[in-house]
Design a protein around this ligand. Structure first.
Ligand SMILES: [Zn+2]
Length: 265
């Protein structure tokens, strides 16, 4: 494959328009970010999935980009506990016990802390992660597959899951709107989906500029603000169940949202 054939151009994931010369001052060559007229911020050129499967395995990319000091490790550990607790809390509060789909499941480690009454199924674009997660999930009655989400969602069948986890996922997804739309097919009518994405509106992004932790080129291909996230989920026909000020504090690098499929009348 030539260098060029490994890159895919894409339209704005929110309004489907193409864009010219609206480059933002955030980049890591050759990757750039643009802001569409609809206000969505995204990478107009992304690595093709085939390339992401190996070269841009998310966790590997993360490990390689910084030297982790002990202080950072401790901070990350504490943060990790808080993060896991929030996911666990939202899952217990909203999703009935049963089969749960984790899109962008990584190694599956996040289920260590979650009740066995939840049976995990997962999708991940990284071969290494999907393999690890498959081992963990199979022991609990589920499984994990390595594929672009848009291609496998319907394989799970209709009305299967009592919940979905999209934690640190939508910012990676080339077609976030398609995935949200197609996800409804495999969710039960009373299912909820839990979303967590970096908050592009965070104060930290303004202060740290290109060094903000929400930028990870070329892995984070979408950057959501509270407004664009709301627009995307409502365009995909979801009802927002939980998204209050504390879920998208400007002092936080991330935001959380809980949604459920709108029922057709
Ligand atoms: Zn747009």
């Amino acid at each position: 494959m030539t260098e060029k054939s490994k890159i895919k151009k894409r339209l704005c994931p929110l309004c489907s328009k193409s864009i010219n010369n609206n480059n933002l001052n955030y980049y890591s060559k050759p990757w750039t970010l643009v802001k569409c007229d609809c206000s969505f911020v995204y990478m107009p050129e992304v690595p093709v999935y085939e390339r992401m499967k190996k070269e841009f395995s998310w966790e590997r990319n993360f490990d390689e980009r910084e030297v982790i000091t002990t202080k950072k490790r401790v901070r990350r550990f504490i943060k990790g506990i808080l993060k896991r607790d929030k996911l666990k809390y939202l899952l217990n509060k909203f999703c009935k016990k049963g089969e749960i789909l984790d899109i962008g499941c990584g190694s599956g480690a996040k289920f260590n802390n979650i009740s066995n009454e939840y049976i995990p199924y997962g999708i991940d674009i990284s071969e290494k992660s999907a393999k690890e997660a498959d081992k963990v999930f199979k022991k609990r009655g589920g499984e994990a597959v390595c594929a672009p989400s848009t291609e496998v969602l319907d394989r799970f069948g209709e009305n299967k899951f009592s919940g979905a986890i999209l934690r640190a996922y939508l910012e990676h997804e080339h077609d976030p709107f398609e995935v949200l739309k197609n996800l409804k097919f495999t969710l039960k009518p009373d299912a909820y989906a839990i979303i967590k994405v970096p908050n592009y509106n965070s104060v930290n992004r303004r202060v740290r500029g290109n060094k903000w932790c929400g930028f990870r080129f070329p892995d984070h291909v979408n950057q959501f603000t509270p407004k664009t996230l709301l627009t995307m989920v409502s365009n995909a026909n979801y009802e927002v169940v939980k998204f209050n000020f504390f879920d998208y504090l400007p002092t936080s690098d991330n935001m959380w949202m809980v949604i459920k499929p709108k029922q057709d009348l």
